[in-house]
Design a protein around this ligand. Structure first.
Ligand SMILES: Nc1nc2c(ncn2[C@@H]2O[C@H](COP(=O)(O)OP(=O)(O)OP(=O)(O)O)[C@@H](O)[C@H]2O)c(=O)[nH]1
Ligand SMILES: [Mg+2]
Length: 440
C-alpha cells in the first residue's frame, strides 16, 4: 500500500545519492520532497511537520555535509525517524488469570469480525484456547458471519441471538469461558458508519462488564486521515490499549498507518494484510520503515561501509588527498576496505536501482578486476608504490611476471591510478574521496 510514497521518497534519495558532495540546499530540497511525499500519502500534516523538523535538525547536527557518505547519512536519519514515528513493537498483553478478554472495536466495515477470527488462529498457535463472541446484534448477518468464520477455523463461537443486549452477552461469554476452560475471549462488537453516542455508551458498558486486558481499535488503513480522528475519539471514550491496521494490502496511500500511532500515542500491534485468515502480521516498525524506504539491504550496506571505513581512516585519507600524497599504498588500503565489505557483486546487489549504479562503474571494478589490481600492487616494491613514476619498462615486466599479469594490465592500472590522482586533486577539498563514492 505504500508503493507511491515509497517511490517518491526513493526518488528523492536517488537524486541525492547521485551527487558526489551535498550542499545544504541539496539536503533541504530532499527534505522538501520527503515532506511532499508524506503529505500526498495523506499523513497528518502535524505529524509531517514534526517529522521533517526532527530529521532536518538531526541532519544538521550529524554534520551530514562533512560525513563520509552524506547521502547515506540522510537516508539513515530518515529511516530512524520513521521507525520512531511508527513506535515500538508492542505485543498483546495477556498476563493475569484466564480467561483474558480482548475487545475489538471500530467503525463499520473496518475488519473487526475478520480480525477476530485472524487473532483466534494466531492465539491458538501460541497455545491459547480462544472463544469468539458475537456481540454485534445490529447488523442482521453479523452473527452468521462470525459463526461461519468460527466453523472454518474450528473455534467455538458464543452467541445468544440478537435479542440480548451485547454487554450481557459478553458477560455471559466470560462466565462460560471460565467454566469451560477457554483462555482467551475475543469480543466482536458492532460497528457504526460514524461514531455515535449510543455506540460509545454500549462499548463503555461492555468494557465495564468484562474488564478486558486489551481494547483494540481496528483501523481501516484505506481511510487515510479520517482514521486519526476516529482513533482519537475511541481512545477518549472507550480507552484503547492498541491499534490494528487492516487492509494494509490495499492501494491506499498509507497515511493512516504513519499518523495514527504518533497522534494518539496508542501502539500498533498487528496489521491485516489480506482477506484470508492467515493474512495477519505482527507490527514491526523497522520492517515497515524499510519497506517504505525500499532499503531492506541498503541499511546492511551502510552498516558494512561504516565498519569498513573508520572516520579516522577517512580523515587521514582526506588529508593525503589534499596534499596530493595519495599513493598506490593508499589505493590498495582502500581496495582492502571495499573488499572487507563483502564480494563486490553482492554489494552491488544490495543497492536499489542496481543498473544505474553499475552503469557508472569502471569496467574493472568487478571482483576479478579487484583481485588483479591487488596482485599487481602487491608485486611492486614499497618505493614503486610510493612513487609510481620510477616504474620503467623493465620494472613493469617484473611486476607483470610477479603478479601473473601482462605489461598491458600493469600499464592500465598505472594509467587509472594517475587519472584517479588527477581527479582527486581537482576535488581539492573534495568529499567524494573514497572508492565507495564510485559505488554511489
Ligand atoms: N483486503 C483486505 N480485506 C480485508 C482485510 N480485513 C478485512 N477485510 C475485508 O473487509 C470487509 C469487512 O470486514 P469485516 O470483518 O466484516 O468488518 P467489520 O468491521 O466486522 O464490519 P461490521 O461488522 O459491519 O462493522 C470484508 O469483506 C473483509 O473480507 C484485510 O486485511 N485486507
Ligand atoms: Mg463485524
Amino acid at each position: 500500500m505504500f508503493d507511491s510514497l515509497s517511490e517518491k521518497i526513493q526518488g528523492a534519495f536517488r537524486k541525492l545519492a547521485g551527487k558526489g558532495r551535498l550542499s545544504e540546499a541539496d539536503v533541504k530540497e530532499t527534505m522538501r520532497e520527503v515532506r511532499l511525499a508524506l503529505l500526498e500519502a495523506d499523513v497528518n500534516y502535524r505529524v509531517v511537520r514534526e517529522f521533517t523538523a526532527r530529521v532536518g535538525e538531526r541532519a544538521v547536527g550529524a554534520d551530514v555535509l562533512r560525513s563520509l557518505t552524506p547521502a547515506q547519512v540522510v537516508i539513515k536519519i530518515v529511516n530512524e525517524e520513521l521507525i520512531a514515528l511508527l513506535g515500538e513493537p508492542v505485543r498483546l498483553e495477556l498476563g493475569g488469570p484466564p480467561p483474558r478478554t480482548i475487545m475489538l472495536v471500530g467503525l463499520q466495515g473496518s475488519g473487526k469480525t475478520t480480525m477476530a477470527a485472524k487473532l483466534a488462529v494466531h492465539l491458538r498457535k501460541e497455545g491459547q484456547r480462544p472463544l469468539l463472541v458475537a456481540a454485534d446484534t445490529y447488523r442482521p448477518a453479523a452473527i452468521k458471519q462470525l459463526e461461519a468464520l468460527g466453523g472454518q477455523i474450528s473455534v467455538e463461537v458464543h452467541s445468544e441471538g440478537d435479542r440480548v443486549p451485547p454487554p450481557k452477552i459478553c458477560a455471559n461469554a466470560l462466565k462460560r469461558a471460565q467454566r469451560e476452560g477457554y483462555s482467551v475471549v475475543l469480543l466482536d462488537t458492532a460497528g457504526r458508519l460514524q461514531i455515535d453516542d449510543r455506540m460509545m455508551t454500549e462499548l463503555e458498558e461492555i468494557r465495564k462488564a468484562t474488564a478486558p486486558r486489551e481494547v483494540l481499535l481496528i483501523v481501516d488503513a484505506m481511510t487515510g486521515q479520517e482514521a486519526v480522528a476516529v482513533a482519537e475519539e475511541f481512545n477518549k471514550r472507550v480507552g484503547l490499549t492498541g491499534l490494528i491496521l487492516t487492509k494494509v494490502d490495499g492501494d491506499a496511500r498509507g497515511g493512516a498507518a504513519l499518523s495514527v500511532r504518533s497522534v494518539t500515542g496508542v501502539p500498533i500491534k498487528f496489521m491485516g494484510v489480506g482477506e484470508k485468515l492467515s493474512d495477519l502480521e505482527p507490527f514491526y516498525p523497522d520492517r515497515l520503515a524499510s519497506r517504505i524506504l525500499g532499503m531492506g539491504d541498503m541499511l546492511t550496506l551502510i552498516e558494512r561501509a561504516e565498519s569498513a571505513f573508520s572516520e579516522e581512516q577517512a580523515l587521514k585519507l582526506e588529508e593525503k588527498l589534499r596534499s596530493a600524497r595519495f599513493t598506490l599504498e593508499d589505493f590498495i588500503e582502500q581496495l582492502h576496505a571495499v573488499r572487507q565489505m563483502g564480494p563486490l557483486t553482492e554489494l552491488l546487489g544490495m543497492i536499489p536501482g542496481l543498473q544505474q549504479a553499475t552503469k557508472g562503474l569502471p569496467e574493472d571494478m568487478t571482483e576479478k578486476g579487484l583481485v588483479i589490481t591487488e596482485a599487481i600492487i602487491n608485486s611492486m616494491t614499497r618505493e614503486e608504490r610510493r612513487n609510481p613514476k620510477i616504474i620503467d619498462a623493465s620494472r613493469k615486466r617484473r611486476i607483470a611476471r610477479g603478479s601473473g599479469t601482462s605489461v598491458q594490465q600493469v600499464n592500465q592500472l598505472l594509467r587509472q591510478f594517475t587519472q584517479m590522482q588527477q581527479m582527486m586533486k581537482q576535488m581539492q577539498s573534495g568529499r567524494g574521496r573514497n572508492l565507495l563514492s564510485w559505488l554511489r
